[in-house]
Design a protein around this ligand. Structure first.
Ligand SMILES: Cc1ncc(COP(=O)(O)O)c(C=O)c1O
Length: 258
């Protein structure tokens, strides 16, 4: 997103997040015209933006006539409670809501949607047209049919159970084989973050993992600033429970050889 914005003439500004998501009181000082947020599940730390911060973001947007871009990317896969309401419903004239089929169904579809304030529609239609000359029509029709006949709801209900089992398998394997690694942000989505114990660097773990064909992602790839804590991002959406267990066992073995 950072690179995409910069390539399109927008100057991106990093704003700090904590375990609850965006530190909303920092927006004022950032002097920006729009903010991109993942309030349902901060990417990648996993916090849910609390109600007071939601109000703060919306008040900031109203006061500065700024826009909030709400990337609602993980709302459907929440394991501890009902999906969380979108910001967009609270302020439809300031929030541009974006969603896509990537996490819900398959990233290969390349289908997405947005709900934007009507004043932005002419510009959005113009830029969308010249960005790609339109999204694939047959896939859109098939997706619409899938929505209409309840197929998507059935798929989500089924996959919520499958992904939850995969998440539980990862948490359980970490607890047994790498107990000092602390999972965070695991209540939703298809990934989680673990903090590493002191003395272990992200680079070392990523290298050792890669040598055994295991891919984990260093937290520093997701941050514009140097972080005080080392952490890794684990994606579990496309792995079976057996693969998850095997991966963590292998990783623990690789690290114990030091
Ligand atoms: C934070 C976030 N937003 C959105 C998406 C979906 O992106 P796209 O719809 O371009 O595939 C992802 C996918 O990985 C993501 O991590």
């Amino acid at each position: 997103v950072w690179r995409f914005a910069a390539d399109h003439g927008v100057i991106p500004v990093a704003v700090a997040v904590d375990e609850h998501g965006l530190e909303a009181d920092r927006l004022e000082r950032a002097q920006v015209q729009a903010v991109l947020l993942t309030p349902a599940h901060q990417f990648p730390l996993g916090g849910v933006l609390p109600p007071d911060r939601r109000q703060q973001v919306l008040a900031w947007a109203r006061h500065h006539r700024a826009f909030v871009i709400e990337d609602d990317y993980d709302a459907e896969y929440r394991y501890n409670r009902q999906p969380i309401g979108a910001l967009q419903g609270l302020s439809p004239d300031r929030v541009i809501y974006i969603g896509s089929a990537s996490k819900i169904l398959a990233p290969a579809l390349r289908l997405g949607w947005l709900a934007a304030p009507p004043s932005l529609l002419p510009a959005l239609i113009y830029h969308k047209r010249f960005a790609d000359f339109g999204s694939p029509l047959l896939e859109q029709l098939a997706y619409a049919e899938f929505l209409r006949d309840g197929g998507l709801d059935r798929h989500l209900r089924r996959m919520r159970i499958v992904y939850r089992r995969r998440r539980d398998a990862l948490i359980s394997a970490l607890a047994r084989h790498l107990p000092a690694w602390r999972p965070v942000g695991e209540a939703a989505g298809l990934h989680l973050v673990t903090t590493l114990p002191p003395g272990l660097t992200e680079q070392l773990v990523v290298q050792k993992a890669a040598a055994r064909s295991i891919r984990v992602y260093p937290m520093r790839d997701y941050s514009q600033r140097r972080l005080k804590t080392s952490a890794l991002v684990f994606g579990y959406g496309f792995l079976t429970e057996e693969h998850i267990e095997r991966g963590i066992v292998e990783l623990a073995k690789a690290l114990s050889k030091d």
